[in-house]
Design a protein. Structure first.
Length: 320
């Protein structure tokens, strides 16, 4: 690949499309965000994406930057070889079997490549972030839900039908409630930011404490730092459950490093240390002996870096 090449990286989120131009060595320039309305259709989201691409190309052209392709991070299952968003719909009407790479290519004239958002974050952390230099990596995004990606011997593991790496759907409490995805006792159901909010509400209801508005996950973490008993209990419980999920991954894959991303990974060191304690206490010694559990380094830019790098790598005829 050309040493001075650059690409557009875009991330189709629930509430906004983020976009940037990324140089081959990881420099991010021209980052922008375009809000999305709550009522979304395929046509609306594609139109917003195309407008964002046009806008960012015009912005960087004045600096003499001419992106060679577009990489796009999207939620759900993606056929990365054909550039089709398979689904599920992610709250966007008709967002199933969308030939997004073809549409973007036809409308912009640029080669376009699509990947799952968590996989793009995994690629970014492996190439530029906390997992740089490691060959066997697991990335776990701790957020409203739980996503992830797996690097084995330096390559992204995709599995059959490009469906590998859905770490949030592993079972950790089989005898409990069914998630919104129809899975009983999933990691996502019990260890995500949504789970913290739900558990906190359950605890204060049991204590007959009334709040005018439910607290956010971030607010519950902040309360725990002040030694609020309910918040401390819920955060400790969550850290134990996050660690249980990581223990499963450690024992199955024996990775060199597990990288934790998403908003929850930004909590204080004490939370990360509780996660490590739980993970190491519940995994086999030979599997855990060398593994590191660390925060992601790239924050909200990870999906942009990963998708842009993915695009440039694919354009060069290489696999990631």
């Amino acid at each position: 690949m050309l040493n001075h090449a650059s690409a557009i990286g875009a991330d189709i989120g629930r509430n906004a499309i983020k976009i940037a131009v990324v140089k081959i060595h990881g420099e991010v320039i021209g980052t922008k965000s375009y809000p999305l309305t709550s009522d979304q259709t395929k046509e609306y989201v594609v139109s917003r994406l195309l407008d964002a691409i046009k806008d960012i190309r015009q912005s960087v052209a004045s600096e003499g930057v001419n992106p060679i392709c577009v990489g796009i991070a999207a939620k759900g299952f993606i056929d990365h070889a054909s550039g089709v968003v398979i689904g599920p719909d992610q709250g966007i009407r008709d967002w199933i079997k969308v030939p997004l790479a073809k549409i973007v290519n036809q409308e912009t004239g640029l080669p376009a490549y699509i990947g799952n958002d968590a996989n793009m974050m995994t690629i970014a952390e492996h190439r530029f972030g906390a997992a740089k230099g490691f060959s066997n990596v697991i990335y776990v995004a701790l957020r409203t839900g739980i996503g992830g990606g797996i690097i084995i011997n330096g390559k992204l593991y995709r599995g059959m039908n490009n469906a590998g790496g859905e770490v949030g759907q592993m079972i950790i409490k089989f005898d409990n409630i069914v998630s919104d995805k129809g899975i009983k006792g999933s990691y996502e159901q019990f260890a995500s930011a949504s789970a913290i909010v739900r558990r906190y509400q359950e605890e204060i209801n049991a204590a007959n404490i009334h709040l005018d508005n439910p607290l956010t996950c971030r607010e519950i973490f902040e309360l725990s730092y002040t030694n609020s008993a309910v918040a401390v209990k819920v955060v400790k419980e969550n850290a134990d459950l996050v660690g249980i999920g990581l223990a499963n991954l450690i024992t199955i894959f024996a990775p060199e490093i597990i990288v934790l991303g998403g908003g929850m990974s930004e909590a204080k060191d004490s939370y990360l240390e509780m996660i490590r304690t739980s993970a190491f206490a519940n995994s086999l010694e030979n599997c855990r002996s060398e593994v590191k559990i660390e925060r992601a380094h790239l924050g909200s830019n990870a999906s942009l870096l990963g998708s842009a790098y993915f695009g440039m790598t694919r354009l060069a005829g290489k696999s990631v």
